[in-house]
Design a protein around this ligand. Structure first.
Ligand code: LLP
Length: 404
């Protein structure tokens, strides 16, 4: 465990639950590990900021040298505020409106376009510009069906067979294709699936087709373990193999290209925890139900993707093991963090830690049922820092009144 129980207890003295806690050193470590695992000399990491957009996490990764995978104009404004210059941001434009296209074009950030119709509109409005093209890797992989982005059913990316149509549009508007992109899915369990997507994309790239090409971006999808006994994917083996693959490809292509990856989960998931308090014990026939002071509005992955998040009872770690459903405080029956989970006896007032909550947890949160999002703290070199203050209930109500 990276954040010690002592540090968690210290946080609880200073802050109330629910509370998000992140470990800055682990985020840095994962970022640096990627460069060790993938020894390709022209590697660049683009952090997928949708995973966790806390300003302090963005700043930390900015200092490390990361670039940004942004998916909305809002992402771009925030990344700029965090200190990323526009040339360190790639905008993956998914189903954008014309207004959004013009807004981002003014900011002069590179577009990653994944549909022929948007490419046509972009070319017409901004002839001669540089652009990156997102292709569908034609591989179906990822830890849940909602987060698989390849294959025929996917709304993402241009089909590989349509490469000639891409070239026609680019030619018509003198667009310079400087990047090719693919993203297969999130939490890909096997490195061979990631590598298959990479090979498929490389299969359509030649210097005759893409004379201006500077980089190939292979998206995110690195899997992190959510179960305690889960086998870690061997990313150093992956890194060596893809370095060999890409180096060989560049020889054929005729020039050394940059290789990008866009991890979200890998960089931040394991760094985070959500601490909650058991508020209500309930005994149904054949079931022990523990209600806590948080819910799917603050951490939706278990409900949305049936995702497993490990839970610990920090207040009674040596208690007698019992089987519980751990449910949230939102007025919906599906609001559940864990079903039939064995945990040391839980008493009202006990603090539970929900593990691996650094990616797509706070960032997918909302104030549904009018509960403010929790505060976020970060442990930086052993020190506890408040990195975002949650609103009080009253402040949230006032904010909404002010917005109306
Ligand atoms: N690049 C693109 C174009 C993406 O769509 C994504 C994630 C990433 C990179 C980063 O993927 P990662 O390395 O984090 O797997 N909310 C879901 C995950 C959604 C991923 C969406 N796209 C979850 O909680 O599992």
């Amino acid at each position: 465990m990276v954040i010690s129980d002592l540090q968690l207890k210290q946080c609880l003295k200073e802050f109330a639950t629910p509370l998000y806690i992140y470990d800055a050193n682990l985020i840095k470590k994962r970022y640096q590990q990627l460069y060790k695992w993938i020894p390709y000399k022209k590697l660049q990491i683009y952090y997928a900021m949708k995973a966790n957009y806390n300003l302090h996490i963005l700043r930390l990764l900015e200092k490390e040298g990361s670039c940004i995978d942004a998916v909305s104009p809002g992402d771009i404004y925030l990344a700029l505020k965090a200190g990323f210059s526009k040339i360190r941001i790639l905008f993956t434009a998914n189903k954008i409106s014309d207004e959004e296209m013009h807004e981002v074009a003014k900011l002069d950030v590179l577009f990653n376009i994944g549909s022929l119709s948007r490419l046509e509109k972009f070319g017409k409005a901004y002839p001669g510009r540089e652009v990156c093209i997102r292709f569908n890797p034609d591989v179906i992989a990822g830890e849940h069906e909602f987060i698989r982005t390849g294959g025929e059913a996917s709304k993402f990316g241009i089909f590989l067979e349509k490469v000639d149509l891409v070239l026609e549009i680019a030619e018509k508007y003198k667009l310079k294709i400087v990047g090719i992109h693919e993203h297969t899915g999130s939490g890909i369990p096997e490195i061979v699936q990631m590598q298959k997507g990479m090979r498929n994309i490389l299969g359509i790239i030649t210097i005759e087709r893409f004379p201006y090409l500077r980089f190939v971006d292979f998206g995110g999808g690195f899997k992190v373990p959510y179960h305690l006994d889960e086998k870690k994917v061997d990313y150093s083996k992956f890194g060596e193999e893809v370095t060999e693959l890409f180096t060989g490809f560049c020889k054929l292509f005729g020039r050394d290209l940059e290789m990008y990856f866009e991890p979200g989960k890998l960089l931040v998931a394991e760094s985070g925890k959500l601490l909650v308090t058991a508020t209500t014990l309930k005994e149904n026939p054949g079931k022990k139900i523990v209600g806590v002071n948080s819910g799917f509005s603050q951490l939706i992955r278990p409900m949305f993707y049936q995702a497993y998040h490990h839970l610990r009872n920090l207040s009674n770690p040596n208690g007698k093991l019992k089987i519980y459903d751990i449910v949230g405080n939102i007025c919906e029956s599906g609001d559940c963090f864990a079903v039939d989970r064995e945990l040391p006896e839980i008493r009202e007032g006990d603090i539970l830690a929900i593990k691996t909550a650094g990616a797509y947890c706070y960032s997918m949160g909302s104030v549904y049922n009018m509960r403010p999002m929790p505060s976020e703290v970060m442990i930086v070199d052993g020190k506890i820092r408040l990195i975002r203050r949650g609103l009080s209930n009253e402040e949230l109500a006032k904010k909404i009144v002010n917005e109306c």
